[in-house]
Design a binder for this molecule. Structure first.
Ligand SMILES: *[C@@H]1O[C@H](CO)[C@@H](O)[C@H](O)[C@H]1NC(C)=O
Ligand SMILES: *[C@@H]1O[C@H](CO)[C@@H](O)[C@H](O)[C@H]1NC(C)=O
Ligand SMILES: *[C@@H]1O[C@H](CO)[C@@H](O)[C@H](O)[C@H]1NC(C)=O
Ligand SMILES: *[C@@H]1O[C@H](CO)[C@@H](O)[C@H](O)[C@H]1NC(C)=O
Ligand SMILES: *[C@@H]1O[C@H](CO)[C@@H](O)[C@H](O)[C@H]1NC(C)=O
Length: 420
């Protein structure tokens, strides 16, 4: 069944993009494919969002269209969302997922997991181009990949394969754009003990490889490995970020995209580098200090102190990205090779401290906890000030990954990252 649907959808995309795959498409097959696509979009709605979104903020669905093909992707400022699939996770969602209400494992207050309020479809139209996605084996069927944030299953319906098609559909409609999709395996920490966690991980891995190497994936995923493309090379495509381990399986080693494996990703790091292409000295520079766990008591319990500690790490990393842009430009002036840039900067503005007595949820960190406790707001308002301030305004800061990307409403964070 799934294979038939994919074949039909492939036909639909092939005809929509004028691909010369050699498969003839009659009007009856494309209308059937269209129906199949509608079904997949409907099934994915709980993580991808209704498509097209009912409304979207700003009009940045094609902001890359005005940039020359020769622009290195690494020279762009790219707004991103952290734990993008959590946008509709609420008590009602939990109640609708039998697995999640299973008393055998306590999935706590949904606010602990929720990092967004607006959908991925809305984010795409608003200019967001990096999505952080966490997948695992469907605990009910064990035949599909579904979305988790830690132990919380985010939808019983939406599968990774279905959502990939939703992204392909969006890209087919916006062929000037490039979308970065980061896939990270949620290993099952805190879930009911699995009969065999190794077998689960292997099954999940095989399903992911299949999804990322399907005929449609080969059309819509940029196929180069461990290089930063020029914009013109990747338009209309997904650039994969692989936050999972390679095995020595040849097929996996052939997967496209940039490999940032968990084994080389230090936990809670304020600033670290992963060299993904040693031969060409290409590295990702990352800030992922998601939990300010090095504050002494009683400061550790203080909301403002947590927000300030996080902001220090964020601001320092953004300044490093801006300084590197100067160095990169100087180095590039001397030589032609690697004109696509050598450094990918990723700054996570997202954080939580939910292990606190009064849990600091992602929402409290991003947006503050009311004007009495946090008169200066949360990370998002402060980040807006920093991006507007001396030394960063109009500079290359790289990928900036946000929680509650479109809040508070009076701050246009996506626009500030883009520098418009
Ligand atoms: C969001 O979650 C609610 C509650 O589970 C559900 O009724 C609604 O359909 C979901 N929205 C989408 C777009 O799936
Ligand atoms: C778990 O699965 C792995 C891989 O499939 C297998 O090699 C191993 O023997 C299994 N362990 C148990 C306890 O069944
Ligand atoms: C690799 O790049 C980094 C930063 O861009 C630079 O500091 C370093 O000297 C380079 N190493 C080599 C061997 O070129
Ligand atoms: C919390 O920390 C902030 C700044 O770090 C400080 O100004 C404030 O007085 C602290 N609040 C309490 C209740 O200790
Ligand atoms: C945030 O505010 C709410 C109510 O205003 C309060 O119950 C909660 O404890 C506060 N959380 C923190 C971490 O201060």
């Amino acid at each position: 069944m799934a294979a038939l649907v994919w074949l039909l959808i492939h036909l639909f995309f092939a005809s929509a993009t004028g691909s010369t795959s050699g498969i003839p498409s009659s009007s009856s097959s494309s209308s059937l494919a269209d129906l199949a696509l509608q079904k997949i979009l409907a099934d994915s709605a709980q993580v991808f969002g209704p498509f097209p979104p009912p409304s979207s903020k700003g009009n940045r669905a094609e902001w890359m269209s005005s940039l020359p093909d020769s622009t290195p992707l690494s020279h762009l400022n790219i707004p991103g969302t952290h734990d993008s699939a959590t946008w509709n996770f609420s008590r009602a969602t939990q109640a609708s997922i039998p697995y999640d209400t299973d008393a055998a494992h306590a999935v706590a207050d949904p606010a602990i997991y929720r990092c967004q309020r607006s959908s991925m479809a809305a984010a795409l139209d608003a200019g967001v181009r990096f999505f952080d996605l966490r997948y695992g084996l469907d605990p009910a069927t064990r035949l599909d990949l579904v979305f988790f944030h830690r132990e919380a299953l985010l939808s019983a319906q939406a599968t990774v394969e279905g959502m990939l098609f939703a992204f392909y559909a969006w890209l087919a409609a916006h062929p000037t754009e490039v979308v970065l999709l980061s896939f990270q395996y949620e290993g099952g920490k805190g879930r009911p003990p699995s009969a065999n966690a190794t077998a689960d991980a292997q099954a999940a891995h095989a399903l992911l490889v299949a999804a990322l190497t399907s005929p449609a994936a080969r059309l819509y995923i940029h196929q180069a490995r461990n290089v930063l493309p020029l914009l013109g090379e990747a338009r209309g495509k997904v650039l994969l970020i692989r936050r999972f381990e390679d095995t020595d399986d040849n097929e996996v080693l052939q997967l496209p995209g940039i490999h940032l494996p968990p084994s080389r990703w230090p936990d809670n790091g304020k600033s670290f580098a992963i060299t993904f292409n040693p031969a060409r000295n290409m590295s990702a520079y990352i800030e992922d200090y998601y939990e300010p766990n090095d504050l002494p008591e009683p400061l550790a319990q203080n909301v403002t102190a947590n927000i300030e500690a996080k902001m220090q790490a964020v601001e320092a990393h953004l300044r490093m990205a801006a300084a590197d842009a100067d160095a990169d430009a100087d180095a590039d002036a001397g030589k032609e090779e690697d004109s696509s840039g050598r450094s990918l900067f990723i700054t996570f503005a997202s954080a939580e401290h939910t292990s606190n007595e009064r849990p600091l949820t992602p929402e409290i960190m991003a947006l503050g906890n009311g004007s009495e406790v946090t008169p200066r707001g949360g990370v998002n308002v402060r980040l807006a000030e920093v991006l507007k301030g001396d030394g960063l305004k109009g500079r290359r800061v790289g990928i900036v990954v946000l929680d509650f990307w479109d809040e508070p409403k009076e701050v246009d964070l996506v626009g500030l990252v883009l520098g418009v």
